[in-house]
Design a protein around this ligand. Structure first.
Ligand SMILES: Nc1ncnc2c1ncn2[C@@H]1O[C@H](COP(=O)(O)OP(=O)(O)OP(=O)(O)O)[C@@H](O)[C@H]1O
Length: 347
């Protein structure tokens, strides 16, 4: 982390609003870029590939025509803090299913940018959208659930200190050219030493400017909404909603009617909790994405397993939800099609 301090040099001699920083430095393979580098690598921000509440993401071209993504936070100290928090977390993380940090720009005040590996197939939400050209095959859907669970197992159980992502949702799951996935957006993440992490914001008065609730509509754990306590179990809830999206092909919040998927799926989830594998196949098929009806990789027992995982992840109180490693184990044991993954059982 000391490289943050050594690589930035301010030029006070100008009133220009652009961050004035000189000199690129590379520490442990992570390059600290200048603002000039950000401008030239993105060809002056010519191709926007995504945007969120806190940042804009631009295509960057590195040497040898290699593509990358610059996630730029600009304009306020609040956005800068989100950038710093994500940077500090990504610097610690290395996992095949977590987006890789390649470098960053930091003006230490109100502008920051993260250079990330580029995932050419966009995010899972777009891929599941009915306007998408390609129907995501069943076996890729189970693989994505498995890989996200592995990424969550890593941050929840294998990192020290442990990390709560805080915003598990389909638009934070990116896809590579082979439809393998990587978890991204650690801007809401909380770092803590136990399964329960009380964010400093939850301690603040609701009127305080410091309060920043995390999570996204349709994915937010009702327990978090009541208590303000971020926990690993809140990530498991978000994961449960993602699994419902993978099975049904529906959005977490319907764009047309504003209905939440957890509400539409509630009767089915209730039956699954009661009956488990004895749930009637017809009910499962009614919920299933109709675009999968001709998919030869579809196995109705696997669909039941996925729905069972979702049902358990959505349970209340949160203590009844499984851990990420329990989900990984269940998927390995009960989804035979995962064997097609060459990286199938990696940690
Ligand atoms: N490395 C990447 N490669 C390709 N596309 C990306 C990459 N990173 C982000 N994107 C695109 O940009 C979108 C927004 O990214 P991200 O969620 O990180 O931004 P954010 O500002 O933190 O958003 P949020 O409002 O969800 O917090 C992603 O859903 C994805 O479509």
């Amino acid at each position: 982390m000391s490289c943050f301090l050594t690589c930035v040099r301010f030029d006070d001699s100008t009133t220009d609003k652009k961050p004035k920083i000189t000199g690129s430095v590379s520490v442990s393979g992570i390059t600290c870029y200048t603002w000039g580098d950000v401008e030239s690598l993105t060809s002056n921000f010519s191709r926007l590939i995504g945007s969120g509440g806190y940042s804009s993401i631009y295509l960057a071209r590195l040497s040898g025509a290699k593509k990358a993504a610059f996630k730029v936070h600009v304009g306020s100290h609040r956005l800068y803090q989100v950038f710093r928090s994500e940077l500090e977390i990504l610097l610690r993380l290395q996992h095949p299913h977590i987006v890789k940090l390649l470098g960053y720009f930091d003006d230490s005040e109100e502008t920051g940018a993260l250079l990330l590996e580029y995932l050419p197939q966009g995010n899972l939400q777009e891929k599941l959208n009915h306007n998408s050209k390609q129907v995501l095959p069943w076996r890729n859907r189970t693989a994505i659930a498995f890989q996200v669970a592995q990424a969550m197992e890593h941050i929840h159980e294998k990192c020290s200190p442990q990390i709560v992502h805080g915003d598990i949702k389909s638009s934070n799951i990116l896809l590579d050219k082979n439809l393998n996935c990587k978890l991204c957006d650690f801007g809401s993440a909380r770092v803590g030493f136990s399964s329960m992490v009380q964010p400093s914001t939850a301690m603040s008065s609701p009127r305080s400017k410091q309060v920043r609730m995390i999570g996204s509509p349709g994915y937010t754990d009702p327990h978090y909404l009541r208590t303000g306590i971020a926990s690993k179990k809140m990530d498991m809830y978000g994961f449960g909603v993602v699994v419902l999206e993978l099975v049904s092909g529906k959005e977490a919040v319907s764009a047309e009617k504003g209905e939440m998927l957890v509400h539409t799926a509630a009767p089915l989830i209730h039956d699954i909790c009661d009956l488990g594998a004895n749930i009637a196949e017809e009910k499962v098929r009614q919920f299933l994405d109709p675009r999968l009806s001709k998919d030869s990789s579809l196995d109705i027992e696997e669909v039941k397993t996925m729905l069972g995982v979702a049902a358990f992840c959505l349970r209340s109180p949160p203590s009844l939800r499984p851990s990420a490693s329990q989900v990984v184990q269940t998927l390995v044991q009960k989804i035979p099609s995962l064997s097609f993954l060459s990286c199938g059982k990696e940690a």
